[in-house]
Each structure stands twice: as C-alpha cells, then as structure tokens.
Unconditional design. Structure first.
Ligand code: MN
Length: 232
C-alpha cells in the first residue's frame, strides 16, 4: 500500500519485564470518579460515570527510570495535574459485565491527565465540549504498563502525587466511585473496547496548578513511579 504521505508511527508503551511494547488504540478517560475530587469541583460525588477521550498521540511516553517532560501548553494560565491509575485493555469486547471485566485487562500504568482548567471551566459554563481543556497535545504523560499478574493488589493500592517534593494528591484506588470493573462495564456499553485501549480512571482530590520548571512525581503502589518535568 502506498500513502499520500508517511503515516504517523504507532504510539506504544513499554511493558515491565518484557521487550515487546504495548500498542495504543484509544485513550478513554473517566470524569469525576473520586468523591472528594467531585466535591472540590463543585459536584455531589455520586452520578453515573461519564467519559471523554484524549488523542492517542497526546500521550507522552516515559520509559522506566526516565524523566519525562512536557511543554507548558498554549492558551492557558491554569495547567492542572491529575494523577490517575490507567487500565490497559488486552482483550476487547462490548457490553462486558463487571463480573467478566478482569479477563479483559492486560495491565496497569500510572498516568497524568493534564488539564487546561481555565479552558475546561469556560467550556463547562457554555455547555461546550471539553476537548480544548483535556485533549491538547502532550496532555497525557504515562509510564510503563505493569502486566496485571505483576501489579499486586491494585484495587487497594495507594495513589499519590508530589510536586517539587511536596504532597499534592494522596488517596487509594478503593475510593473510586465506579471501580475498575464497573467502569469497564459502563464504557463497553458505549464503545466496543479493543486491545490497546487505555482507560484513565479518574483523579483523587488535590488537583492544582503547576508552572514551568515544576517536577511532578506520581505513583501507584505496585506500578512504580512517573516523573515529569514541565519545561521551562
Ligand atoms: Mn482526569
């Protein structure tokens, strides 16, 4: 097959303990999935799950032991961090029941759903799509995938983020409003999941602004850490 121009290369994440990379299909994200974060955003904390997407090529892939970096994006004065557990789908399907969800999971990673909060809030007020706030270039730094059999007890893992060494976000995965299996059930009712899909499962409370030169270090117990610098 020939193309009018060279197609962009496949975005793929490293996998802990093996040389093959995990090729990414789509990047789904869950909104307001921890009660205390929903409250800090002005909501009650209990509503049906809802979803948005980031472009696959907005991921910033950070290999194990490396320090990633992302530019401070255009158009914003209020770039926020959101540390999240990311679920990697290995077996696709639609209308997956929560009880069957585990067999569709390949592994887990630590990711940042970076957000142009001022632009997102403007869009919310106007009832417009969030894309400009959430789906901008290089908005999704993410570390390696740990296969699920090496990830330990992710359901009860601690999740946290430090900025320049100071704690900003700290919670546990068991505080998800919609747990991983329920999220897969809801998501797969709306889209047919494919191998290579990622699900950013939502962020706990403590979201706040970062500035140029800041260093973000996030971790989920059992999945290692993700370090990202905001470029000067
Ligand atoms: Mn998020």
């Amino acid at each position: 097959m020939s193309f009018v121009f060279e197609p962009t290369s496949t975005v793929a994440l490293p996998v802990v303990g093996q040389p093959e990379r995990f090729p990414i299909h789509r990047v789904y994200c869950v909104g307001r999935n921890y009660e205390e974060h929903a409250k800090e955003m002005g909501f009650t904390g209990r509503e049906p799950p809802f979803f948005f997407l980031k472009p696959t090529d907005s991921l910033v892939v950070v290999d194990a032991g490396q320090i990633g970096s992302m530019p401070y994006p255009s158009l914003t004065q209020n770039l926020h961090h959101e540390i999240e557990l990311v679920v990697a789908i290995g077996v696709g399907g639609k209308n997956i029941q929560a009880a069957d969800a585990e067999k569709h999971i390949y592994g887990y990673a630590v990711g940042l759903d970076m957000t142009r909060r001022d632009l997102q809030n403007d869009m919310k007020k106007q009832g417009r799509p969030w894309c400009i706030g959430k789906a901008f270039d290089q908005s999704g730094p993410i570390g390696p995938i740990t296969p699920k059999d090496k990830a330990g007890d992710v359901i009860n893992a601690e999740i946290s983020l430090q900025v320049n060494g100071a704690d900003r976000q700290r919670s546990s995965i068991d505080k998800l409003i919609w747990n991983i299996a329920e999220t897969i059930e809801h998501l797969s009712a709306a889209w047919e999941l494919q191998p290579g899909d990622l699900i950013f499962t939502g962020t706990p409370e403590g979201v706040a602004a970062v500035v140029q030169g800041d260093r973000l270090v996030g971790q989920v117990t059992g999945l290692g850490s993700l370090t990202v610098d905001i470029q000067k």
